[in-house]
Design a binder for this molecule. Structure first.
Ligand code: FE2
Ligand code: FE2
Length: 203
């Protein structure tokens, strides 16, 4: 188990750990958490599709996002399965303040590559935070089937985080990507700090 615990510490580089109270309140609201999680997976797939639509000329991006859509969609299917097993429906989508706030830091304007870098790095951070929360759920939740499920998702989303950062370096100089990633890590920590840990949200 020790090697599997490393990614969230050394690779993700999140500046602020999740409030440990979150996992306890989340477990008591597993229906809400699963519903919110289902929508997170759906949004991850949608976001990858929108990148393909916006940057069809970036071959590597198109290829990687195509694979990612399939993976995120399979995650969505797996969350639906967990909901069904417990007799829950999909429920309604809720606004995701965390993603809305973070997305405000994707700089607009005519610098197309810079905008792409910001978009990829924001997606990377959403993956990183999701991964960190899956780790908390995996390590603390009582339900054994969900433990295994969250462990697998933790590994998968850690891989996505790494891929998004790598992909940003395909299109912008590595030093610039690292500098922007550091800025966004700080912004992300401030957003997390400003949001109350909610019992019904993944973020
Ligand atoms: Fe996912
Ligand atoms: Fe992902």
């Amino acid at each position: 188990m020790s090697t599997t615990q490393q990614p969230t510490k050394t690779i993700l580089r999140l500046h602020l750990p999740t409030d440990p109270r979150w996992v306890n309140i989340a477990e008591k609201n597993i229906e809400d958490i699963l519903v919110d999680h289902a929508y997170c997976e759906q949004k991850a797939a949608t976001s990858a599709i929108s990148l393909i639509v916006k940057y069809p000329d970036k071959t590597r991006l198109v290829e990687e996002m195509t694979d990612l859509v399939a993976e995120e969609w399979s995650h969505f299917e797996r969350v639906l399965e967990q909901l069904k097993k417990r007799g829950y429906g999909l429920g309604r989508n809720r606004p995701d303040e965390y993603v809305v706030e973070l997305s405000k830091h994707i700089r607009k304007g005519n610098k197309r590559e810079r905008q792409l870098m910001d978009h990829l790095l924001v997606n990377a951070l959403i993956e990183a935070r999701s991964c960190e929360r899956f780790k908390l759920l995996w390590k603390n939740i009582q339900d054994e089937e969900l433990q295994k499920f969250y462990y697998e998702l933790m590994v998968s989303e850690a891989g996505h985080y790494v891929s998004f950062v790598k992909l940003a370096k395909e299109y912008m100089p590595a030093a610039e990507v690292d500098a922007r990633l550091n800025e966004l890590l700080e912004i992300e920590a401030n957003i997390i700090r400003s949001l109350e840990p909610r019992p019904d949200r993944m973020h």
